[in-house]
Write a protein that binds this ligand. Sequence first.
Ligand SMILES: [Fe+2]
Length: 212
Amino acid sequence: MNTRRHFIRHLAATGAFFVVPGAFAEALTQTPAVGFGPFYPDHLPLDTDNDLILINDSLTPAVGAITYVSGRILGPTGEPIRNAIVEIWEADTNGIYIHSHSGGDKAKQDKNFQGYGRFLTGSSGEYLFRTIKPVAYTGRCPHIHYAVKVPGRDKWTTELHIKDDPKNASDGVTRNVKNPELLCAEFAPIPGAKAGELSAKHDIVLGFTPET
Ligand SMILES: [Fe+2]
């Protein structure tokens, strides 16, 4: 460790304590909000668990690059948020949603893709989904929609994008979002994964601490 740097950091922290009591908890930048979009499911799939690759006991997986999407739901100072219901919904490999009016050719819908899932956070604030790496469809960069519901608050929505995807910069929905990089996560191969599965880690920082 660089002792000098460590020392300076220590001094800075001590100084902050005397000047602004309680300022140890550094505020995190809130994850940008992104609207619901038109394709939140208008009917729920038969299965709504956090594995979007297999519907109920089916043996046939969805088509796509299998990805473990995980992270934490955090409050403004990094405190984990428990009892948050995290929902995701996502187009299938052909850009089709679980929605009666989804764009794309319905005949090509992947019947094995769940398209929607939910997860209730525990005390660590962590969530986990198994889904496909999102694909682009007309007018949109690849994305996974999120809704986070905590007690006493309305649902709050955002999206997850793929870091460095060339379609991000020209995306019609998020072009005017401040800090769009905070919507992004790397979709990285899991070392040693036999079927080439990917992992994407994405913490979501809420702009408030729910009363629980
Ligand atoms: Fe969408």
